[in-house]
Design a protein around this ligand. Sequence first.
Ligand code: KDG
Ligand code: MG
Length: 408
Amino acid sequence: MKITGGQVYLGGPGKNYVTLRLETDQGIVGLGDGTLNNRESLTAAYLSDYILPMLIGMDPRRSEDIWQFLYRGAYFRRGPIAMAAFGAVDIALWDIKAKLAGLPLYELFGGRSRDGCLVYAHATGADIGELMDSVAYWQECGYRAVRVQCGVPGMPTAGYAVPEAAGAGPHYITDFSGIRPAVEIWDTDRYMRFMPDALARVRDRFGPELKLLHDVHHRLTPREAAVFAKSVEPVNLYWLEDPTPAEDQDALRLLRHHSTVPVAIGEVFNSIWDCNRLIEEELIDFIRVAVTYAGGITHVKRIVDLAGLHHVRTGFHGAPSHSPISMAAQAHLNVWAPNFGIQEYLVLGTPACDALFPSDHRLDDGLFHVSDAPGLGVDFDVAEAARYEYVAGSHPVVRLEDGTMWNY
Ligand code: KDG
Ligand code: MG
């Protein structure tokens, strides 16, 4: 069996999805997602300029060898752009392999460990009133877990709240913000004074059953994170995400020493080498890597297996920048992984996205139900893709009130 051709598509409804379509001499097509939010054209170029010409003639069933070829062959290792490009190829190869076997992908990992997989949505508000409405909206939609972000008095766009998205429902996909980033202002003292009480009020209103998550988005120092974690303990969070900048693997020691709040980290990691110490030293409870920029199914499965040895559960990144292709790849891992925790999920049910990526995957009662179709169970409508083109955009940036750059 040989790879005979491939194309990279860049664009989508409200997002620049990087979609890889690999063709084989047996007529089987494999789909991959290499979307790296706000830097999408770079992954697309890596794929079309370097990787696709090298793949022609290779046997797509040899996904492990192709992964090693790409990773070792690049010489310069890791990095989000390269790993997202390898991720796209790897997802497409697993899609081909499962289609060839006539099986849903999860069967190749060892089959189902559960029927449906717990997902969480994003509740957000510029103030506590909007936030309450947003949480209520998602709960009425059937979600059993909700990430809770709220504007802080004096800094309504920070705290990682997106006011215009409050209660926006399943059509929530943020618009492109333009190539010049918007500037958000951050003040740690205001955040620390406001947020624990806001989270406690959400817990009071919605009761003990609803799982509540909160994302600090890398904004605190280790000492501040330890203080914050202690102060939110009564809320009984499902997790506290990215309390400190993720590249410092030692930063969580202080928090761990002072608090038992579950910690989730890793959405910006590209490899097992970014999180092996965190996992082996049991400094985290959930690993947040994504199959796109952590090198695809082959590499993420290694991380999941390592995590399983240390009581660390999965909580894969699933912001709206992931296309339904990588979300399907993660869904197949989720339904198999013995140490599955939860999945961030917002895209399914968006009409334009469903038209571009038809599938039988479904969300029901707060659980994701994986399709039993062979492969990933997602298609890609090439004619529909022609409607979209690349639109350059950037994340906002964050500064302190005096102008100092801070962590987005
Ligand atoms: O591109 C960055 C976003 O994906 C990220 O800011 C979203 O923190 C995020 C999350 O938890 O989904
Ligand atoms: Mg996050």
